[in-house]
Write a protein that binds this ligand. Structure first.
Ligand SMILES: *[C@@H]1O[C@H](CO)[C@@H](O)[C@H](O)[C@H]1NC(C)=O
Ligand SMILES: *[C@@H]1O[C@H](CO)[C@@H](O)[C@H](O)[C@H]1NC(C)=O
Ligand SMILES: *[C@@H]1O[C@H](CO)[C@@H](O)[C@H](O)[C@H]1NC(C)=O
Ligand SMILES: *[C@@H]1O[C@H](CO)[C@@H](O)[C@H](O)[C@H]1NC(C)=O
Ligand SMILES: *[C@@H]1O[C@H](CO)[C@@H](O)[C@H](O)[C@H]1NC(C)=O
Ligand SMILES: *[C@@H]1O[C@H](CO)[C@@H](O)[C@H](O)[C@H]1NC(C)=O
Length: 479
């Protein structure tokens, strides 16, 4: 990038410096539009959030180094005006934000660390790297009719962009690593991974095609999904006519390149439309909050149209949920919580056994230590056993539906004991601190300085998506 200096300006050094200062962020964004063999870059220690390396022709998107949790680095693509993060190269482990880390292009785009070696590679033998005007990172061969050897659209993170083809070989993973979206033989499936190492996890929502115009046929190949520039999520099989269309509220509104879909940290798939100044929501795969698997957190009770409370009516709801749910109950003592007028949000897609009574349904769960609870309908006799840590259940008016939930014992007491010790600790600390202040006045400056420094370091950058939450995600998704 070159900046030409009007000769007259050098006579006004202050004005010149001011101009450089003013234009610096813009020139940083207008980074190069292609990377050729021999390109290398290392992270700049003075950058606190994003270091752009490659931009698309319109300047809407940028590939660069994204700082994660202050010390780590992710190769990411962001939408420049909103700073929304759209793609990340690889999963964990992330590189370090240090001069030892290098991005290079020698035919392959490679992230390497001089100590640990190659961390991520595109494994290609290409001629150049380019970013398309819909944020697709491309590695191409030489020539006018260059072939695409590799594209970031083939390995999505949590986001789908316009015309990005989502196949049954791909997975979207939410930034916290809990939720994933995958295609089934004839449906879009949404999975939650409450227990480690369960792949793909527990199916909590499924979208089946309406099949109004065309049908998914058994032996006509796998289905695909695509976000259309016309404003719908289409499902396709062996052809360009969609077998299913989910229109957005901005359906057929003009403006190519203005849409994205993201699997959110709450497990919903949300569509966004760019209005030239902000993203507005124009689609929600799961429109009712209570249909999300953990809308009110562990042991939460979702009351349609009202909000959240707790399964245990003696507990007051707080945003973190109503208790902790963790591993199984094998070899552990547990308490039992019962509540009538509850059901599971995803009961349509859950397996059940028919039981003649609530007691028999409960007994089935009681006998299995990997069962977290059961929900029974007295009218149908359906008994659903819950084989994952209890999340949110839905309140219904029908009192013949009842729930049985195992709860950890002693969790509440433990918290109180911990709280007491923390309280004592704080008190002791305070006494010591006051004593110190009294004895050494100079010490006071030190304490103040420390607080100030912490304020600076603890400052959160503009990349909300890559807060600690999504950093966790990157770690989690590896498992
Ligand atoms: C590019 O660099 C990587 C890492 O140093 C190396 O493993 C790879 O063989 C190189 N590829 C080519 C085509 O030279
Ligand atoms: C974006 O790129 C496509 C294909 O390269 C091109 O047809 C289209 O005109 C571009 N859009 C804009 C707004 O430049
Ligand atoms: C696509 O559909 C045609 C008929 O409509 C069929 O002959 C062909 O085998 C299908 N392709 C695949 C990959 O299933
Ligand atoms: C892309 O850039 C064009 C031209 O500046 C602008 O009109 C459009 O809104 C941008 N799109 C997005 C998604 O930022
Ligand atoms: C809580 O639930 C129990 C049993 O379901 C019931 O007996 C009790 O009245 C309820 N308490 C309140 C405050 O609603
Ligand atoms: C369940 O159904 C049986 C028979 O239909 C009835 O006798 C019983 O009272 C019901 N129990 C509850 C809790 O609704």
């Amino acid at each position: 990038m070159e900046i030409t200096i009007p000769s007259g300006l050098t006579q006004f050094p202050v004005l010149f410096l001011l101009l450089i200062f003013l234009f610096h962020p813009i020139s940083a964004v207008a980074s190069t539009q292609e990377l050729l063999k021999g390109f290398t870059a290392t992270p700049d220690s003075s950058i606190s959030s994003f270091q752009p390396l490659l931009s698309d022709s319109l300047g809407n998107y940028s590939l660069g180094f994204l700082r994660v949790d202050r010390t780590q680095l992710a190769l990411a693509i962001i939408h420049v005006p909103s700073q929304e993060q759209l793609w990340i190269a690889g999963k964990s482990p992330l590189a370090r934000w240090s001069s030892q880390t290098r991005l290079s292009f020698n035919g392959s785009l490679v992230i390497s660390d001089s100590h640990t070696g190659v961390l991520w590679s595109s494994y290609t033998d290409g001629y150049r790297v380019r970013l398309s005007n819909t944020s697709n990172l491309l590695i191409e061969t030489m020539g006018d009719t260059s072939l695409i050897l590799w594209q970031s659209f083939d390995s999505p993170y949590n986001t789908l962009m316009e015309n990005q083809i989502f196949t049954s070989a791909m997975t979207l993973v939410s930034s916290n690593g809990l939720y994933s979206m995958k295609l089934g033989p004839d449906f879009i499936g949404f999975y939650v991974n409450f227990i480690d190492n369960s792949d793909p996890g527990h199916l909590y929502y499924q979208h089946n095609p309406m099949e109004a115009k065309a049908r998914v046929l058994k032996d006509h190949g796998p289905i695909q999904a695509m976000l259309s520039p016309d404003g719908f999520l289409g499902m396709y099989q062996n052809g360009s006519t969609p077998v299913d269309v989910q229109p957005f509220s901005t359906f057929q509104q003009p403006g190519t390149g203005s849409r994205r879909l993201r699997l959110e940290p709450d497990g919903n798939l949300i569509g966004y439309y760019w209005t030239r100044s902000s993203w507005v929501v124009d689609f929600k795969q799961i429109s009712d909050l209570c249909d999300l698997p953990s809308s009110c957190g562990p042991y939460g009770l979702c009351q349609p149209g009202k909000g959240c409370s707790c399964v245990d009516n003696r507990t007051a709801y707080s945003s973190g949920g109503c208790g902790t749910s963790g591993g199984d109950f094998c070899g552990k003592k547990y308490g039992v919580l019962r509540r009538t007028g509850v059901e599971l949000s995803n009961k349509e897609i859950m397996a059940y056994t028919i039981m003649s009574s609530l007691e028999k349904c409960e007994l089935m769960c009681e006998e299995k230590c990997t069962c977290w609870g059961a929900v029974y309908s007295n009218t149908s006799g359906f008994c659903y056993t819950i084989d994952y840590p209890i999340q949110t259940v839905v309140e219904v008016l029908d009192v013949t539906k009842a729930g049985y939930f195992k709860v950890r014992v002693g969790a509440g007491k433990d918290n109180k004991v911990v709280g007491l010790w923390v309280g004592l600790g704080v008190l002791c600390g305070l006494v010591l601190l006051l004593g110190g202040v009294f004895l050494y006045k100079r010490e006071r400056r030190g304490v103040k300085g420390y607080v100030e420094e912490e304020g600076v370091n603890g400052g959160v950058g503009p990349y909300k998506n890559l807060g600690s939450e999504s950093f966790k995600s990157i770690e989690l998704s590896e498992r």
